[in-house]
Design a protein around this ligand. Structure first.
Ligand SMILES: NC(=O)c1ccc[n+]([C@@H]2O[C@H](COP(=O)([O-])OP(=O)(O)OC[C@H]3O[C@@H](n4cnc5c(N)ncnc54)[C@H](O)[C@@H]3O)[C@@H](O)[C@H]2O)c1
Length: 261
């Protein structure tokens, strides 16, 4: 719906990336004001430049693992737009594709820090502002990797599974304050991250990996960033006012069951 987010203020982390940029643009098209947060300052400029309504956009360099940075994002939402209604905790990194025995603890922890602890920091810092507003929505980008495993992707799989547990605890804590918390779980999406993973899984023929993954998706394509953005927009809107504690697949049927060739 066109104006479904009119009057809403959202922080979007990972806003310089494929899904975050599409979500920011869609939120503004649907009437929201957005704070774009990312460590990639060049990417932030690119995301903001793609949005015609410049009055509806503010950006800041923000590392989601850093409490001070996230508090600055919340303050920017309040100072520029008067408060906060939605936090889209979307920043994540995939890490290298490697078997567990070859991974260092540091490599494991790096993926966990951004892709899971970052969402904890987002919850911790955004909850007070959402309470002040009388409620709101927190959405985390999990993945099909939050529901099933992938060999070579242990840290990412652990982080994306972990987000579902974190979301459930937060949904229970948020409910008395009308703060709804949900995960959105996409299958492969057409962004930089999938190009990197295709290359990691199949260094000699990443295009073959691309085709194989599409074969595993009943609707026979990757998700587009806008497919994911639409799900965020619905869950952040008042139309989803009774939806909390949920895992929302946007996966073309990938986890519905085994497909036959
Ligand atoms: N692309 C996919 O196939 C896919 C599928 C399922 C879930 N996801 C998830 O969607 C989210 C967005 O991914 P994407 O596909 O847009 O990838 P992307 O790499 O294009 O975007 C990720 C963004 O996160 C930012 N980021 C990394 N570390 C950060 C930090 N410490 N603080 C703030 N920002 C940081 C990056 O700079 C980048 O802009 C991720 O959580 C990813 O795991 C992606």
């Amino acid at each position: 719906m066109k104006n479904a987010l009119t009057g809403k203020v959202a922080i979007i982390t990972g806003a310089a990336g494929g899904i975050g940029a599409a979500t920011a643009a869609m939120f503004v098209r649907k009437g929201a004001k957005v704070v774009l947060a990312d460590v990639d300052e060049v990417g932030l400029v690119r995301t903001a430049a793609a949005i015609a309504n410049t009055d509806a956009v503010r950006s800041l360099r923000c590392d989601v693992t850093n409490v001070d940075d996230m508090e600055a994002a919340v303050r920017l939402a309040a100072d520029a737009f008067g408060g906060l209604d939605a936090a889209i905790l979307n920043a994540g990194i995939e890490g290298d594709v490697k078997p567990i025995e070859s991974l260092t603890v540091r490599e494991f922890e790096k993926v966990m820090a951004v892709s899971m602890t970052g969402a904890f920091v987002g919850l911790k810092t955004c909850f007070p502002a959402l309470k002040t507003r009388g409620g709101g929505a927190v959405l985390m980008t999990s993945s099909t990797s939050g529901k099933i495993g992938a060999a070579g992707l242990a840290p990412y799989t652990a982080a994306k599974h972990g987000l579902i547990g974190l979301m459930r605890a937060a949904a229970l804590e948020g409910a008395p304050f009308k703060i709804r918390v949900n995960t959105v779980n996409p299958c492969p999406v057409e962004t930089r991250m999938m190009r990197s993973l295709e290359q990691g899984f199949s260094p000699d023929d990443s295009e073959a990996m691309h085709r194989a993954l599409i074969e595993a998706i009943p609707l026979k394509r990757y998700a587009e960033p806008d497919d994911v953005a639409e799900m965020f927009a619905f869950l952040a809107s008042d139309a989803a006012k009774f939806a909390t504690g949920g895992v929302y697949m946007i996966d073309g049927g990938m986890l519905a069951g085994l497909t036959r060739a």
